[in-house]
Design a binder for this molecule. Structure first.
Ligand code: FE2
Length: 191
């Protein structure tokens, strides 16, 4: 089963000014495409050749893990945004966020702080355990909460390739701006 490049559910300029067309085109069309190509080359003729992406991430290591993790991470990342985002979570996800952090604003503050304090490249995730309890996890490089038995709901990419063209070194400003394009309906559907 060939791993495919995920289709963006919006035009490449639709997330401006939060994420520029140029950043989307490099990030999706170059960086993610490279991870997809590398992964397809690496798994050819191996036990992972026909495995689902999440299985590869859970069971691999080294270069296969790095590329599979980055494909899974970016598939979740690119599909969680919308030019009409920035609303608020509802239903049981909203209740679980309030139970854990007191309010959406309380969660966002802690999530941004986790992303800012992650040293080097990686990801910050909102994740859920099997009982529905939420947590924020910091993952270095290609990490994803699925390797800890958690379900990833929302992920912010803190690799410089995700923000450097638009924000240079201002990672904190970038993370704060992303809330305006989060599609909470998609995040809720993952919960
Ligand atoms: Fe990225």
């Amino acid at each position: 089963m060939k791993i495919e490049l995920v289709t963006l559910p919006y035009a490449s300029n639709a997330l401006e000014p939060v994420i520029s067309r140029q950043t989307i085109e490099f990030h999706h069309g170059k960086h993610l495409q490279t991870y997809v190509n590398n992964l397809n080359n690496l798994i050819q003729g191996t036990k992972f050749e026909n495995a689902p992406l999440e299985t590869i991430v859970k069971e691999s290591e080294g270069a296969v893990f790095n590329n599979a993790g980055q494909v899974l991470n970016h598939n979740l990342y690119f599909t969680q945004f919308s030019p009409n985002g920035g609303d608020e979570p509802s239903g049981k996800l909203a209740a679980a966020i309030n139970a854990e952090w007191g309010s959406l604003a309380g969660f966002q503050k802690e999530f941004e702080a986790a992303g800012v304090s992650l040293f080097g490249s990686g990801w910050v995730w909102l994740a859920s355990d099997a009982s529905g309890k939420l947590s924020i996890t910091k993952e270095a490089n290609a990490g994803n909460p699925v390797t800890k038995g958690l379900k990833p709901l929302l992920g912010f990419d803190v690799w410089e390739h995700s923000y450097y063209l638009d924000y240079q070194n201002r990672r904190a400003d970038h993370l704060k701006a992303l809330w305006a394009i989060v599609n909470w309906k998609v995040v809720e559907s993952r919960y």
